[in-house]
Design a protein around this ligand. Sequence first.
Ligand SMILES: Cc1cc2nc3c(=O)[nH]c(=O)nc-3n(C[C@H](O)[C@H](O)[C@H](O)COP(=O)(O)OP(=O)(O)OC[C@H]3O[C@@H](n4cnc5c(N)ncnc54)[C@H](O)[C@@H]3O)c2cc1C
Length: 573
Amino acid sequence: MRESTVSDSSPPSTRGDAVPAHADAAGVPWDASTVRGLLQRVDEGAMWDLVVVGAGISGAGVARDAARRGLSVVVIDAADVACGTSSRSTRLIHGGVRYLEQGQIGLVYEALRERSRLYKTAEHLVEPTRFLFPAYRGDRLGPWMLRMGLTLYDALNLFRGEGHDALDSQRCLELEPLLAPEGLRGAVVYEDAVTDDARLTLAVLQDARRHGADVLTYSPVERLERRGDGIDVYLDDGKTIRGREVVVATGPWTGPALLGRPGEHVVHKSKGVHLVLRSEDVPVDRPVVIQAPGDARRILFVVPWGTRTYVGTTDTPYEGDPQGCGVAPHEESELLSTIARVMPGARLEPEAIISAWAGVRPLVRPEGAVEDSAELSRKHRIVRGESGALGLVGGKLTTFRAMAEEVVDEVVRRLRPRWPENRPAPGPCSTAESPLVPLEPPTAQERADPLFADLYPRHGPAARLLAARARGVPELEARIVPDLPYRRIELHHAITHEGSRHVSDVLRRRVPLALTDPGLGGSVAREVAQRLVSARGGSAVEVEDELDRYRAEITRETRRVPRIDPSDPHTSG
Ligand SMILES: Cc1cc2nc3c(=O)[nH]c(=O)nc-3n(C[C@H](O)[C@H](O)[C@H](O)COP(=O)(O)OP(=O)(O)OC[C@H]3O[C@@H](n4cnc5c(N)ncnc54)[C@H](O)[C@@H]3O)c2cc1C
C-alpha cells in the first residue's frame, strides 16, 4: 500500500529512444535549476520506484537499465558522478587475458561479450585497439603460454574480430622499437579496447536521465531504514528520500553503514596507481602489456593517449577512505622502474610525469586471508542488506551492463506484486543493443571536420550539437590547450548539461585536463569556478573556496599542484 502523504515520481519520458520532451538543442539540461527542482520534489515527499546509492559505473548502469524499463529512479552520490573508482581505472574494456590464468573462464566470456556489445552501443567511447604483449627471458609467461592463452581468448570471443597474431622478437621490435631487444623471446598481438572511464559512466547516466532518472550529487547517504512499503534513505543534510526499492552501489565504500551485518567484510580494497607522461617521452604506437618481475601474476599497461602516454598499475591492499587515496612517491618509482626494464629508451624520470591518478578496487572478499589482491576474482556479488536494500559488490567497468541487468531483474521481481494497476508494467531489459547516445552516427564529412573530430570521442554523435553552438564563436570553439583536443564549449556544456557542481567535476572528470595538461587545468580553473558560482547564484568569496578545493583535491590525488595563479608551484616537468 502506498502512503497518502507521498506523491509518485513517475518518469517524464517515454520508453524507447525518442528525444525526450525535457531536452533542448544540446541535450537534456542538468544544471543548478534541475537540482533545485529535484530537491523540491524530495521536500514534497515524492517516492521513487528505485533509489540507487552511488553514481559510479555500477550505479549508473543500474539506473539506466531500470529507467529504460519504465521505473522512476533517483541516483544519489556522496560526491560527483564517477568520482570513485570509476574515474581511476586502467580504462580498458577487456576480457581480461590475465584472468584466464586464474581459470575464470566464465568471467572472461562475459566480459568479451559485453566488450563486443559496447563496440556497437558506445562506439565513440570504446575504441578497439591491438595490444602488444611481449615475453622476455625470465617472464612467467613465455611465448607459447601467451599463444595458448590468446587462442582460448579468441575462442571465448567466439572468433569475432581479428584474433591474435604471434610474432618473433624481430617482428616485435619492428612494431615497437622502444622495447629492449635483450632477452626478448617473442610476443603476441591481440585485440582489446580503451575507453574513458569517467565519460563512459557519465554517458550511461545521461541515458538514464534521458529516460527520466533523477540524479542528486554531493549528498552522502547516512543510513537506510525499512518503513512500510519502502525504504527511507537518510541524507547527511537531514533530508529523507523514499524508495520502494534501494540498490547500494558504493564500490569500495560498501560496508555495514548502509547494508548492516551483511555489509561487513564483503569488500577487499586494493589500490592501483597510474602515471601520465608526454608521448614523446614514451613513444608507443599501441598499448603494450608488461609482466611484473618475480612471481607476481600482475601485468602492467603502457597505453598511448593522444599526445600523452599513461602507465599502470600497481595492486596493493588498501585500508582507509578511498577518496583520500593518492599516488605515493614509492609507487611512482616502482612503476617507472618496472617499465624502464623493458623500455630503457623511454624518458621515465619523476620530472617527466605530467599527472597521475590512484584508485581503489572494490573486490569481493573471499573466505580467509588475502595473500595477493592480484589473485582475487573480479566477479561481482549481490547481497541483501538488513533494510532489504540490495548491495552490488565487485565486478568490473567492462561488465557493468550485465551486472545491472541481473540486479534490476531482481528489483522488478520484487516490485511486481506491489506495482500499481494504473501504470504500464515494467518492460524487459533493453540495454544490450541500445546506443548510449541515440542520434544518427556521424557522416564522413563530419568526421573530417577538426572541431567535430576533437569533440566526438567524448560526446559521440552529440558532438554535432556542441559543434553547432561553438562554430564561429572563438571563445567557445578554441582548444583550451593547443596540444590537447578539448574545446572551450565543453567547459560550458559541463555546467549546463552535465551536472558539474565543483571545479574538479569539470576539469578532472568531464574534460580530463587535470590528468593531461602540465598545468593540471589551472589556466581555466578560475573561469570555471566563476561560472559555477554564478550559475548557483553564489558570491565572489565562493570562487576562492572553489579554487582552494580544486587545489586540495588534485594535489591529494596526483601529488602535483595545479598552476592556477602564477605563484602556484608545479612539481612536474
Ligand atoms: C587501478 C584500477 C584499475 C582498473 N582497471 C580496470 C579496467 O581496465 N577495466 C575494467 O573493466 N575495470 C577496471 N577496474 C575496475 C573498475 O574500475 C571498478 O570495478 C568500477 O569502476 C567500480 O565501480 P563502482 O560503481 O562499483 O564503484 P565506484 O566507481 O567507486 O562508485 C561508488 C560511488 O559510490 C559513492 N558513495 C560511496 N558512499 C556513498 C554514500 N554513503 N552515499 C552516497 N554515495 C556514496 C561514491 O562517491 C562513488 O561515486 C579497475 C579498478 C582499479 C582501482
